[in-house]
Design a protein around this ligand. Structure first.
Ligand code: NAP
Length: 453
């Protein structure tokens, strides 16, 4: 692994040099163990601790198949799917690996351990048969859409492929590791003005927010739209806020503390709601919502917009907020949802939907093209990474725990092969232009916490 790292950090190794590097037999990876899939049984979600389930193991390098690439991973990042995997909710990810394992090439993925992680920035080490566009030595990021495209269903929109999977969540050999296996169609050029850990941060959430908000497959946001963004300083929300601002819309950012409100203002948002300070309680009890609270929330939005309602709600909290989201959307407006963090069974008053001709759109990650377009915006310095903290690979469990407990801002990064932060910048001039924006979310890592065993 040292030879690989030396070649990457030398900055002058050629494609031939990389192709001639010896591949190690094994590599270090953040893993979950199939034998522990029931370790949190009977516990409330909040008490399930990713620091207990995520391990650092030495695992064999997987066999490279046609159309695939092995990547030396310099940095990765934690996504909420890292949290779902590590608490084995809603189902252990081993169920996905077993299903994938029924196909001849998928068989490699069905193992007693799962290397997780759906983002990476790194360098191509080897490519399999049929890969022409990418050579060893190319500096890349990878989006997380894995598809087979053998059915026509996915030929217009690759997200509609019946064999659509999220790499590092529904497949093995993910990005929270020193080496990752991807399909070469996942590869995209690494934005040159970013360090490895900054480049690894946007991937999954940036692409998802792009489809959800900007693409015609999602809400198709236009200039002048008012966009209500839940969790506006979180993973998805920090990109949705940037897309709204860059696209001439007005974000109305919802967050849960003054620090997060300040981050939204630093991004350029003017309308910010601190849901904790303003004490919204959309549910009176577990079964009953409170429409007066929806109304109070809608009134607050109108105060901030000069009397207007929102054209689009960028939804992901789910059960807790969905009734309010449907209520506050303007006549003819759109609620676009990609998740249900607080619960999958949504309840809303349908009169506010049909009488006001609103639409609910379901969306999930992004197709090949949308991922590429979203990455291009980062590469051009129009959308910026929202990296707050960075942990070493050994502390992936802690990084995931921060996200699980909602202690983080924006994205939490993980250094894999990169020995320290700040490496990998190839375009200093472009970086200098955007240095403030790139560093907007940065916060130092807190002191280590003891884990209860
Ligand atoms: P994140 O970084 O944790 O950000 C989510 C933010 O939502 C939190 O910071 C929090 O912000 C807010 N939030 C959480 N619970 C809430 C509640 N009950 N009411 C109101 N706001 C709440 O996570 P993320 O990366 O943005 O992901 C969010 C969800 O989307 C997860 O469930 C994830 O699995 C899903 N997701 C789906 C896709 C897809 O392709 N379908 C892609 C990415 C993510 P405040 O506390 O500041 O309000």
């Amino acid at each position: 692994m040292k030879e690989i790292l030396d070649a990457i950090t030398s900055g002058c190794a050629s494609a031939e040099d990389f192709a001639a590097l010896r591949l190690p037999e094994s590599y270090r990876a953040a893993t979950l163990h199939k034998s522990e899939a029931d370790m949190f049984e009977g516990m409330a979600s909040v008490d399930k601790d990713p620091r207990k389930s995520i391990h650092l193991d030495e695992v064999p390098v997987p066999e490279l198949g046609p159309g695939e690439a092995l990547i030396a991973v310099m940095a990765s990042s934690v996504n909420y799917n890292t949290v779902w995997s590590s608490i084995f909710e809603p189902v252990p990810t081993f169920a996905f690996l077993e299903r994938y394992g029924r196909s001849p090439l998928g068989r490699r993925h069905d193992l007693p351990y799962h290397v997780i992680g759906s983002d990476l920035a790194g360098v191509v080490l080897r490519t399999g048969p049929g890969v022409n566009a990418w050579q060893p030595g190319r500096e890349v990021v990878a989006h997380c859409l894995s598809v087979e495209l053998e059915s026509s269903d996915g030929h217009n929109d690759t997200m509609l492929d019946p064999e659509q999977r999220i790499w590092g969540f529904e497949t093995n050999f993910g990005g929270l590791a020193e080496i990752a296996l991807v399909k070469s169609n996942q590869l995209m050029p690494k934005p040159e003005h970013l360090s490895w850990e900054e480049a690894a941060a946007p991937g999954l959430v940036n692409s998802t927010a792009y489809r959800q908000l900007v693409s015609r497959n999602g809400a198709g946001m236009k200039q002048g739209d008012n966009v209500l963004i839940w969790g506006a300083s979180g993973g998805l929300g920090s990109y949705a806020t940037q897309f709204a601002l860059a696209g001439g819309a007005t974000p109305i950012c919802v967050v849960s503390n003054p620090e997060k409100a300040e981050i939204c203002r630093r991004m350029g948002a003017e309308a910010v709601i601190d849901r904790s300070a303003e004490g919204y309680r959309f549910w009176r009890d577990e079964h009953t919502q409170d429409p007066r609270e929806w109304k109070r929330f809608g009134g607050r939005i109108r105060e901030l917009t000069g009397g207007e309602d929102v054209d689009i709600v960028f939804e992901h909290p789910g059960r807790e907020t969905f009734g309010a989201s449907v209520y506050v959307t303007r006549k003819g407006g759109t609620i676009v949802t990609c998740a249900s963090t607080s619960g999958y069974t949504h309840e809303y008053d349908n009169r506010y939907l049909w009488m006001s001709l609103k639409r609910i759109i379901g969306t999930h990650f992004a197709n090949y093209r949308e991922s590429w377009e979203a990455n291009r915006l980062v590469a051009k310095g129009k959308i910026h990474p929202t990296l707050s903290r960075v942990y070493p690979l050994e502390e992936t469990g802690r990084a995931a725990s921060d996200v699980h407990r909602n202690l983080h801002h924006g994205k939490v990064g993980v250094l894999c092969l990169a020995p320290r932060e700040g490496l990998g910048v190839r375009n200093e001039a472009l970086r200098a232009e955007h240095a403030t924006a790139i560093n907007r979310f940065r916060t130092p890592a807190p002191a280590p916490e003891p884990v209860e065993v």
